[in-house]
Design a protein around this ligand. Structure first.
Ligand SMILES: *[C@@H]1O[C@H](CO)[C@@H](O)[C@H](O)[C@H]1NC(C)=O
Ligand SMILES: *[C@@H]1O[C@H](CO)[C@@H](O)[C@H](O)[C@H]1NC(C)=O
Ligand SMILES: *[C@@H]1O[C@H](CO)[C@@H](O)[C@H](O)[C@H]1NC(C)=O
Ligand SMILES: *[C@@H]1O[C@H](CO)[C@@H](O)[C@H](O)[C@H]1NC(C)=O
Ligand SMILES: *[C@@H]1O[C@H](CO)[C@@H](O)[C@H](O)[C@H]1NC(C)=O
Ligand SMILES: *[C@@H]1O[C@H](CO)[C@@H](O)[C@H](O)[C@H]1NC(C)=O
Length: 336
């Protein structure tokens, strides 16, 4: 039976003839697809997905067989996507980010002249050897953005959640969906729902309108009409700053609170555990927003992602020191 399926796949997919499809791989596919409850439009799509899966499985096995690698990779919810589809469905468009980057840098710093708290901390504070805001109870649970490029809203909600905890001692989940629905061109923002957007614009929006809680405005992974009115909807950040692009500045900032960071996540799809250093450092294009929640004694950054706890180290990643994946490029912290 397996041999028959194998044969028919090989005959239907002449482009993939070079691939060595074993019965083990087919079984791995069947197991994975029932775990992830994959439903495909038709047999063609199913065969295509299987081929993509086999290719990804092959790469995963090769990577994990090389003892020189500092991180391991694994099958997960992205394992039947091509690199291009992953970029299209999960990440933000890089050209969109590049284009907006210029316009954004002026509005990034919001009234920070009125606030020298962080400046103060970076000048006089002795940096902790390591810091992890999770251990202080300052980080909410890992979320899942689903098939929507709304990472920016998760990064923004997360940086406000942590600041709210530090300031008000209350750990409350805020509504990403409100940001996806309301931080939109009609309200004066260059953010575009599932196609991408800006954490800094979420902060600006929330400072004016307030961000409500996740249970009042739940996440649905598609953009809907903005469903809040008035200017008194919940937590309001008063000011925030852009962190300068050195490791020391990011560490200083992390001694004060978690930080919203932009990264190049093109190669992050199958990350499972360990110290990630798999980005192409010569061609960084920022296409994802996450939350930095600390660093360890070796200087690895601890990152909270929004791809469910199934991805990475229970939803987290450790990223190699310095500017790995562009992590120092464009970072924001709420300061009041
Ligand atoms: C691991 O690294 C060593 C030293 O750089 C190198 O000689 C070896 O070929 C590498 N092994 C693999 C499997 O890449
Ligand atoms: C920010 O600064 C501007 C100009 O100084 C001021 O009009 C505005 O009220 C300030 N906003 C906040 C939230 O402090
Ligand atoms: C800045 O910090 C200094 C030293 O703590 C303080 O005296 C001053 O009031 C602060 N300025 C503002 C604008 O917050
Ligand atoms: C908007 O919110 C109200 C009250 O929270 C709710 O009853 C209504 O169903 C929501 N509308 C949409 C379109 O989500
Ligand atoms: C860091 O920021 C400075 C300006 O503050 C800029 O000149 C430099 O190119 C940036 N470096 C990187 C690696 O982004
Ligand atoms: C990268 O970070 C490590 C550890 O924090 C440090 O020792 C090293 O000098 C840094 N390298 C560069 C190129 O900045």
């Amino acid at each position: 039976m397996n041999k028959l399926i194998l044969l028919s796949i090989i005959m239907l997919m002449p482009l993939c003839l070079a691939q060595d499809i074993s019965v083990e791989k087919l079984l791995a596919y069947n197991k994975w697809s029932s775990q992830h409850q994959r439903v495909y439009l038709n047999e063609h799509e199913k065969l295509f997905r299987q081929m993509v899966f086999f290719e990804n499985l092959q790469k995963i096995q090769e990577h994990n067989n090389n003892p020189n690698n500092t991180y391991s990779v694994h099958l997960n919810q992205f394992s039947d996507m091509t690199k291009e589809e992953f970029a299209e469905k999960i990440l933000m468009k890089s050209d969109f980010v590049d284009h907006l980057m210029k316009g954004i840098s002026q509005e990034a710093t919001h009234n920070d002249t009125n606030n020298n708290e962080t400046q103060l901390s970076s000048n006089s504070l002795t940096l902790a050897d390591s810091i992890d805001w999770r251990t202080k109870g300052a980080v909410t649970s890992v979320k899942n953005q689903g098939g929507c490029g709304s990472c920016w809203s998760f990064s923004a909600a997360a940086v406000m959640e942590s600041f709210n905890f530090i300031q008000n001692k209350a750990l409350v989940d805020f509504s990403e969906q409100q940001l996806v629905d309301c931080v939109i061109p009609a309200n004066g923002y260059n953010s575009y729902g599932c196609n991408g957007g800006w954490p800094v614009q979420c902060l600006d929006y929330a400072s004016k309108v307030g961000i409500t809680t996740l249970d009042k405005y739940p996440y649905v992974a598609v953009q809907n009409n903005c469903n809040v009115t008035g200017t008194n909807n919940g937590f309001k950040p008063k000011s925030w700053i852009q962190i300068p692009n050195t490791s020391n500045d990011l560490k200083s900032a992390l001694n004060f609170s978690p930080v919203s960071v932009l990264v190049d996540a093109s190669t992050w799809g199958n990350y499972y555990s360990g110290i990630y250093n798999g980005c192409d450092q010569l061609h960084i294009s920022l296409n994802h927003a996450v939350l930095a929640v600390g660093y360890d004694q070796q200087g690895n950054w601890i990152i909270k992602n929004s791809w469910s706890t199934y991805w990475g180290e229970n939803g987290y990643m450790r990223l190699a020191p310095n500017n790995t994946c562009g992590i120092l490029s464009y970072n924001l912290q709420v300061t009041a």
